[in-house]
Ligand binder design. Structure first.
Ligand code: KG4
Ligand code: ZN
Length: 348
């Protein structure tokens, strides 16, 4: 089985070819980082235009790298949502046109399902498992029970974790994207100099919240001499990073407890999303896994952040179950993985 995947829901334009034997034959990702950097964040119109400009070439590049033609494909999959709608439309229209032209099925993949199933592509693990997805747009804890079967145990009631990293970096004058900059600064900082709140720690349930912490950082920065010295910025970063790690660990500990009761067969704690790159966060999650008897599993970074291999793989998993989509599929800006979850304030 061979599927072409296309990803255009945020600020990465990507195309990949993946086989049913879990081989990635091509995995091309074009980051728009430099186009958005002057604005200190992603500008949706710029993103959509850039996807449109590059997607055809990236698909051709992926096909050439894999040495395959469209006739070799079993299906064409694209992210159908959730995401910035202009970009999602570009990917969906491209995939529909290719599928129609080649006479192959079209698959609309939920971007979150792509992240959720990546550990099966990289490590071949069985269902069920617990997933912590922490990126610029999402922060969720999910029980992954099967293809199309997800139970959301927790989500953010305001900002995503990555969004908080990006805003703190901006406030501390550390640049964009914020996560890596905050992590770098935190290495030089003293995490004990300032004490920041641990959002939601000890609260029932597994939801996240980062906007109060972000505000606390803003007030802290305003109380310091301006412009911030390198040492002050480093100490603020270290205090913020440890607060996030502590809060995420508390939420994940509760989710593990719930997961073990409801899905006793599951053993893996899987992380995905750009924030999973953070070594301080990884360290607390590894410690937590050891304490709770879970096996910690992180796909390689390139497959944790946005990519098209995960979309192609989710397409393969869906195709195996006969879950193809019609060319009438309408791109979705919001698309929760678990349709039964109560509405939370955060992103889908
Ligand atoms: O998954 P991703 O590449 O894109 C989506 O948002 O879907 O995640 C990007 C986010 C950004 O907010 C970025 O600041 C954050 O992940 N990030 C990090 C680190 N590297 C990237 N956050 C904390 N520590 C890092 N090392
Ligand atoms: Zn993503």
């Amino acid at each position: 089985m061979l599927v072409l995947g296309i990803e255009t829901s945020c600020d990465e334009t990507a195309a990949a070819l993946v086989t049913g034997e879990r081989e990635i034959l091509a995995d091309v990702v074009l980051s728009q980082l430099e186009e958005h950097r002057p604005f200190g964040g992603i500008v949706p119109e710029i993103a959509a235009r850039s996807h449109l400009q590059h997607i055809d070439r990236l698909v051709a590049e992926a096909m050439a790298q894999a040495g395959k033609s469209f006739a070799d494909l079993d299906a064409v999959a694209a992210t159908g949502g959730p995401g910035l709608i202009g970009g999602v439309i570009v990917g969906v229209m491209t995939a529909k046109a290719l599928a129609l032209g080649a006479g192959k099925p079209f698959l609309a993949v939920n971007h979150l399902e792509g992240h959720a199933l990546t550990a099966r592509l990289t490590h071949g693990i069985d269902f069920p498992y617990l997933l912590l997805l922490a990126s610029g747009g999402h922060c969720q804890l999910l029980a992954v029970e099967g293809v199309g079967r997800y139970t959301r145990l927790g989500t953010t009631i305001d900002d995503a974790a990555g969004e908080a990293f990006d805003k703190v970096a901006k406030m501390a004058g550390l640049g964009y994207p914020g996560g890596p900059a905050v992590e770098r600064a935190a290495k030089q900082g003293d995490p004990a100099r300032f004490l920041l709140p641990r959002p939601m720690k000890g609260k029932p349930g597994c939801d996240f919240s980062f906007s109060g912490l972000k505000n606390a950082v803003r007030l802290l920065i305003e109380s310091l001499p301006q412009p911030l010295s390198d040492q002050d910025a480093a100490d603020v970063s270290a205090a913020f990073q440890i607060a996030v790690a502590d809060s995420v660990a508390d939420r994940t500990r509760r989710a593990i407890r719930e997961f073990n009761i409801r899905w006793p067969g599951g053993r893996h704690l899987v992380v995905a999303g750009g924030v999973a790159a953070n070594t301080a966060l990884r360290a607390v999650l590894i410690r937590l896994s050891n304490e709770t008897g879970m096996t910690f599993l992180a796909p390689p970074l390139k497959l944790c952040t946005d990519n098209a291999a995960m979309i192609a793989w989710a397409g393969i998993e869906r195709l195996r179950l006969g879950l193809v989509d019609s060319l009438d599929f309408a791109p979705r800006p919001r698309w929760p993985l678990d349709p039964n979850t109560r509405k939370a304030g955060g992103k889908a």
